[in-house]
Design a binder for this molecule. Structure first.
Ligand SMILES: O=C(O)CCC(=O)C(=O)O
Ligand SMILES: [Fe+2]
Length: 401
């Protein structure tokens, strides 16, 4: 079977290349990451290549977990001031949006729009149900992730990330010598635009991997359109005003995340606190194992699992530029546990790199001027967006794509 992704061709060339995008991403991470020196306390098998300025990778966490060795100090996130990472964190119901209702009669839609508007301006995230994908299809997406990470290591290593790239199979990227590492292995792939798809990183096993991921990308593209229109309507704006900012050649990237059981969940983190740099992120969390937490009013909350639901969160592009600060791009993290591995799949939707993104007209007035300057679609640090770089609200955040 020919599984080459068949995406529509972009109508014009991108002003920025994927490499520019990656470079910007790496700079962001390099500036933001803090932690301990890599020379501390490593056994030979855990010795980590540390190449400042280029991307390097460590031994996959899955292999460390199987070896049963005590993880090196480079994974120790303890002492971050927040107490034991596995201390109890309250569960909180974040708003749930029913997409079927959102696109049905105006009265049913209005109710959902109100929920959506509240979710976007308070939590910056919401659970999406009735999203048009069957449970069995969502299960297939879960399965390809699990089946890929369950492959023998030699097979997975065929897709290993290359130096200076973020695409492929690997660990938390090493971009700074003193970086504390996340307890995570990843497979990172570009889904769109078609001329940026690097099929050599798309696993051939399991056999259903490529076609399932491709289909998932198409479905998320449709959902992204529905939600962007609804987000505009929830603010009484013209329904295409956000969608139009994506432009031709919008970027969609997928990150399969594996968090193996962790021997020190009180001190080792799955993903450090960060905000996504995308416009919107579609997360398919594990159906059984929790760990995702959101920060609200300086307190961490655990997200409950709703099997087969997607969790959508606003990224910095949608907060700082498109919505002029009305939508919130939430800080979130993933904690580990010692018993069970956890899987998730994050898909990041990012306006075309050549597209100028700016606040919707209707969100700017004399009393509420544009908070941020216009930018092109390449995601940057929040500081880079700000009109006055000295007054960044959230300096010290980490960013992820
Ligand atoms: O694994 C999760 O639930 C969240 C992952 C995440 O935040 C990310 O990949 O940006
Ligand atoms: Fe994230």
């Amino acid at each position: 079977m020919n599984c080459t992704p068949k995406f529509p061709s972009p109508r014009r060339n991108l002003a920025y290349t994927q490499e520019d995008f990656h470079f910007c991403h790496l700079l962001t991470k390099t500036r933001r990451r803090v932690g301990k020196s890599c020379s501390q306390d490593q056994t030979a098998s855990q010795r980590l290549p540390c190449k400042m300025g280029s991307v390097s990778m460590a031994t996959p966490v899955q292999e460390l977990a199987t070896d049963g060795q005590d993880p090196s100090e480079r994974y120790n996130y303890g002492g971050s001031g927040g107490g034991a990472l596995n201390a109890s964190v309250p569960l909180v119901e974040i708003p749930t949006v029913d997409v079927g209702r959102l696109i049905s009669s105006p009265s049913a839609a209005n109710h959902e729009l109100q929920k959506l508007s509240l979710a976007l301006s308070s939590w910056g995230c919401f659970q999406v149900v009735n999203h048009g994908m069957t449970n069995s299809f969502v299960d297939r997406v879960h399965e390809i992730s699990k089946q890929f990470f369950d492959l023998p290591k030699e097979e997975k290593h065929r897709y290993i990330r290359e130096p200076d790239s973020i695409e492929g199979y690997g660990t938390d990227m090493i971009v700074a010598e003193n970086q504390t590492l996340d307890w995570i292995d990843r497979l990172y792939l570009t889904l769109n635009p078609p001329n940026h798809v690097q099929l050599k990183f798309w696993p051939e096993k399991p056999e259903t991997f490529r076609e399932t991921l491709q289909e998932y990308g198409v479905k998320l593209g449709e959902l992204n359109q529905i939600l962007l229109k609804a987000m505009a309507k929830s603010l009484d704006l013209e329904e295409n005003c956000f969608l139009d900012q994506y432009g031709e050649g919008a970027l969609m990237t997928a990150r399969f995340n594996l968090y193996p059981p962790c021997p020190r969940p009180d001190q080792i983190i799955g993903v450090k606190p960060h905000a996504d740099a995308s416009a919107l992120t579609f997360l398919l969390p594990d159906k059984e194992v929790g760990g995702l937490q959101f920060l609200k009013d300086n307190e961490w909350f655990t997200v409950p699992i709703i099997p087969h639901a997607l969790l959508v969160n606003v990224g910095d592009q949608a907060e700082v530029i498109m919505s002029n600060g009305v939508f919130k791009s939430p800080v979130h993290r993933v904690v580990t546990n010692s018993e069970k591995e956890r899987h998730s799949l994050a898909v990041f939707c990012i306006p075309s790199a050549g597209q100028e993104i700016k606040p919707a007209e209707g969100l700017i007035s004399e009393t509420r001027p544009a908070l941020y300057k216009k930018e092109f679609g390449v995601p940057k640090t929040k500081a880079a967006y700000h009109k006055d770089p000295t007054s960044v609200r959230l300096l010290g955040r980490l960013f992820a794509f």
